[in-house]
Design a protein around this ligand. Structure first.
Ligand code: LLP
Length: 442
């Protein structure tokens, strides 16, 4: 994104053109930014450790067009559900290019996960006997909860440690792999996902050490050659202006150094090193183009936009900060105001007090930053406000990659039983039919 003569451009497409062509609110992704993010990170990690690969956690932005960009760059897919395995299949990916990291799986999940032939990453040793009832995975890993997690989105997305629902307790990891080996499984990896949005490289060293001390002992004692060790996602991006970016080279160097040290300490055959980020690839490449529709002066001035809590859930869910630009007004003096969406909930009042351009007016176009990860993917319908469109930009080209929902989305899968179609309750058969009427007259 850039601002030129006050106009906001997403790659080389003016935000105004997006608003006029596709309406608002619309999610917009910069193809070149996604590629740059991926390449920067891959370069850093491959330089530090040669046998390195990224999977993309498709949950963050599951539009196939976006996922194809990352596939073209060489990413595999981290799938959280069977449907995400099917999305990967749409990309032409399966087998060892996909890892199934679901949690609290149903029997159906397990059966379909096995049938798909992707790498199975179990969140709990108790799942193993259930999996074996349906078949034997070719390639298995366990998601380890190394006892520590961290996040810059508060406790909301701390995915490991004693308070998290994820992963295998460190004390259970040895027995988990022992049982898998005894069951005849021959190919193994190991995995963790302790936190999200971390910009401190030291954190990545710390968690790598934790995991390697758990997995190293397993490898040594059970004579397991781990083919990969996956450190999860968590590479952070700055959301607030002025916040530092993650030094990706430092993170890669620190991770590789401790990884190699632990490989030597536990005498492991060097595994492939893997990570499966999402936010780092797509977060700052995504924007929401919205519009100001109404301005209220009451206890305070409130700017009413169509970027609703159901368009972007993160502020209402996590108190997350997303920077807002106003097209054509960025160099105006600022005045603290509130900003909200159009939903009948006060959590939709997602900016309480922020200096925005003083002249902001009805009809203005706003651009919300850092919306590429967990943006559209977490949007929902509410108040009859429907899911937005998604557009990809590449230089001065723009492509509609998901249509805006229309009214049919509210009625498409809904069935109204025949008796409710009559003009009034009395005109139909009462509940319980004749029987209940009889009972009433007795
Ligand atoms: N791997 C697994 C198993 C995950 O569960 C996740 C994200 C990732 C990788 C990718 O993590 P990342 O690199 O993006 O940090 N909705 C929250 C974030 C939830 C993270 C869920 N898991 C948010 O909007 O901040």
């Amino acid at each position: 994104m850039r601002i030129e003569n006050q106009a906001i451009f997403i790659e080389d497409v003016p935000a105004r053109v997006i608003a006029e062509t596709y309406g608002t609110p619309t999610y917009v992704y910069e193809e070149n930014r996604i590629r740059d993010n991926f390449r920067r990170a891959l370069r850093a990690f491959r330089r530090a450790y040669k046998d390195f690969r990224f999977f993309y956690a498709i949950k963050a932005c599951n539009n196939l067009a976006v996922a194809h960009i990352l596939r073209q760059e060489g990413a595999g897919i981290d799938a959280a559900s069977v449907n995400e395995i099917l999305l990967a299949r749409e990309l032409g990916l399966g087998g060892e290019d996909v890892m199934f990291s679901g949690n609290f799986l149903s029997d159906d999940d397990i059966r379909q996960g096995l049938e798909s032939g992707v790498i199975f990453n179990l969140d709990d040793p108790a799942l193993l006997p259930r999996v074996l009832k349906f078949g034997k995975p070719k390639f298995l890993s366990f998601r380890v909860n190394p006892g520590y997690g961290q996040s810059e989105v508060g406790d909301f997305v701390t995915n490991a440690g004693p308070g998290a629902k994820f992963g295998v307790h460190p004390d259970q990891v040895m027995d988990a792999y022992r049982a898998a080996k005894a069951a005849g499984i021959t190919r193994f990896g190991a995995h963790m996902m302790p936190g999200s949005c971390i910009r401190d490289p030291e954190y990545f060293r710390f968690i790598t050490r934790l995991l390697m001390d758990i997995i190293g002992k397993v490898g040594r004692e059970l004579q397991i050659n781990f083919e990969f060790i996956d450190l999860g996602g968590g590479l952070g991006i700055p959301y607030k202006p002025g916040d530092a970016t993650l030094d990706i080279d430092a993170a890669a160097d620190m991770v590789a150094a401790i990884f190699q040290e632990k490989i030597a300490e536990y005498n492991l055959k060097p595994p492939r090193l893997m990570m499966e980020p999402a936010r780092y690839f797509v977060g700052d490449a995504g924007f929401i183009v919205g519009r100001v529709h109404a301005i209220k002066d009451s206890y305070k001035r409130i700017i009413g936009t169509d970027v609703n809590m159901n368009t972007l859930a993160r502020p209402a869910m996590y108190g997350a900060y997303h920077h807002i630009y106003v097209d054509g007004r960025e160099s105006e003096p600022r005045q603290p105001v509130g900003l909200c969406g159009q939903v009948c909930e006060n959590t939709d009042f997602w900016v309480k007090d922020r200096p925005l351009p003083a002249g902001i007016a009805e009809g203005d176009i706003i651009v919300v930053e850092n919306a590429g990860a967990y943006g559209y993917a977490m949007s929902y319908q509410y108040n009859g406000r429907l899911k937005p469109a998604e557009v990809l930009v590449r230089g001065d080209q723009h492509f509609l990659i998901r249509e805006r929902e229309g009214f049919d989305a509210l009625v498409r899968n809904v069935h109204v039983p025949e008796h409710l179609r009559n003009s009034s309750a009395g005109a139909g058969t009462p509940p319980g039919g004749k029987k209940s009427r009889k009972r009433a007259s007795n």
